[in-house]
Design a protein around this ligand. Sequence first.
Ligand code: ASP
Length: 582
Amino acid sequence: MFRTHHCGQLRITDVNKTITLSGWVAKRRDFGGLTFVDLRDRYGITQLSFNEEVNADLIQHARQLGREFVIKIEGLVTERSNKNSKIPTGDIEIVVHSLQVLNVSLTPPFTIEENTDGGDDIRMQYRYLDLRREPVRNNLILRHQVAKHVRQYLDQLDFIEVETPVLIKSTPEGARDFVVPSRMNPGQFYALPQSPQTFKQLLMVSGFDKYYQIVKCFRDEDLRADRQPEFTQIDCELSFVEQEDILRIFEGLVQHLFSQVKGVEIVQLPRITYDEAMTWYGNDKPDIRFEMKFNYLTELTKGKNFPVFDAAETVLGICATGCATYTRKQLDELTEWVKRPQIGAKGLVYVFCQADGTFKSSVDKFYTQEDLAEWAKVCNAQPGDLLLLLSGDTKKVQKQMSELRLEMGERLGYRDKTVFKALWVLDFPLLERDEESGRWHAMHHPFTSPKPSDIPLLDTNPGDIKANAYDLVINGVEIGGGSIRIFDKQLQAKMFKTLGFTDEEARYQFGFLMNAFEYGAPPHGGIALGFDRLCSLFGGADSIRDFIAFPKNNQGRDMMIDAPSTIHSQQLNELGINLLGN
Ligand code: ASP
C-alpha cells in the first residue's frame, strides 16, 4: 500500500495515528541532529521529521533525498511544537519510522513553489514540472469545476452531449483552417474544425433538439494572450427557439457558474445593441465595470477656429473622475500613449475642471471659459475631473477613444478582477464589407439569420441588415457568441450568393447542409462560449494559457514536445506531398 492518507489531509485530531504517505520531496532542511522534509502531492504538503537520537540510520538516509525524489514513508502523526498556520496540515508533523525511495529525480530546472524562479520558456518546456506547482494545478482544478457545472446545468435542461468529428471539410468561420493530408486520398485534405457549426445544425435536422459539447476547435490565427491555435468551446444548439429563449437559458448558465464556482450572484444581464455599444463605448465588447461613456462634442466644438476640431467628423470626450490632479508630465505621457501606432491618434486635448469652478485646457487659445463649461456639462464633469478629447473620422476616433477609456479605467483601478459585469450585445450587423476587395463577409458566419424584417434589404442594402446574432460579454471580454440560424434553403442560397459564392461553390462547400435543409429542418439557433476564456476570467487571469494543461507559446509551438516538427520523407511520400514542388 502506498498511502493511507494524502499530503493535505492530516490534522491535529489525527495525532498518534500511524500512517503511510507517498509523494514528492518539495524541500529538505537539515539542522544539527534534525532533518525536516516537506512532502508534496496534489492535495497539499505535510512536514516529515527525522531525529538523529530516535534513528541515526534513518536520518542519514533522509539526508540523501534530493528535491522531487518520490518517496513513501510510514510514521506517527505528532503535534508540532512550531506550528505553521499558513498550511492546513501545519499543526502536525510525521515522525518517520521508515522511508523508501520510490524514484529519484534530477534537480528540477526551476523551483517548484508558488513563486517560481523559472522564466516562461523553461516552464513551458518542462510543463509537467510547472503543473506540480500549486497555482497552476489550481487553475486546472478550477477548469474541471467549471466543466462539471456546465454539464450539470445543461444536463438538467435535457441537453445531450454529442461528439462531432475532428477530421472534416473546411468551415468558413473567418479564420484559416488547419489541414491534414489524406494518405488514402492523395492530394486531398481534411480540415480541423474551427467549430462544429455545420454538424450541430445537422443534429437539429436530426431532431436532437438540444445539443451541447465541450469541444476542441482549431484556428490558424496569429496568437495573442487570449488565443491558442487549439482551444475549447462550450458549443450548444437548440431547436424551436427564438433569440429570447437562448438569451434566457445561457444567462441562466452564466448565473449558475458564477454562483457555483465563484459564490457570486449575478443579476439579470443588461442588454445593449451593437450600435449602442459602438456609440457609447466604441467597442462591441464593452467593459461595463465602469461608466466613462463617450460624449459627442462635435457640434459644440465647431466654429471656434480650432482647425483640428473644425476638420473632424467627430469629436469625442470622456471624463476621468478626479484626474484634474494630473501633472503636465502625466498628460504628456498620456498624449504619447494615444499617439503610439497601436492607438494612432494625432493628439490629445485635455481640460482641467479646477476646484474653483474654472477651466484650464490645452486649447485655451480657441475656447472661452463658457465653451469649456458647456463641454464639462455635457460630460457630466465635476470640479476636480479631467476631460480628455479625441477627434477624427467617426469609426477611427471611436476605436481610439475605446482604448483610451480602457487605459484610464485601468489607471483608475476600475477594472477590478474580483468584480464581474456581464451583458448581452444584440443586433449585430449581418455583413461587413472588406475594404480592399469590396466583398461582403458574414460578421458572425454565413448561417446566421437576418432579422426577418430586414430580409428584403439583401437585394438593396446588405450593409444595413441586422442579424439575430448576440454576444455574451463579461468584463470587456467576448465570452460567447451565437445566432438564430437560417433554416430555409432558398434564404441560405441567397446568403451564399450575397457573400460572393457561385451556385457551384456553394454546392461544393455546403451541399450537404443545403440538402439536409430539404428534409424538414426545424427553426434553430445556438451559441458557443469560449471555455478557456471563461476559466481564465474565473481565475482572475488575463492569459488563457495558464488554464490549459499543455498550451502552445506565441509562435504556436509546443515547447515541451517540440511541435510542429519536420516529418520523414517517407511519410511525405506516402501522403503524396512533395515539398520541393517538382
Ligand atoms: N460556431 C460559432 C462560433 O464558433 C458559434 C455559434 O454560432 O454557435 O463562434
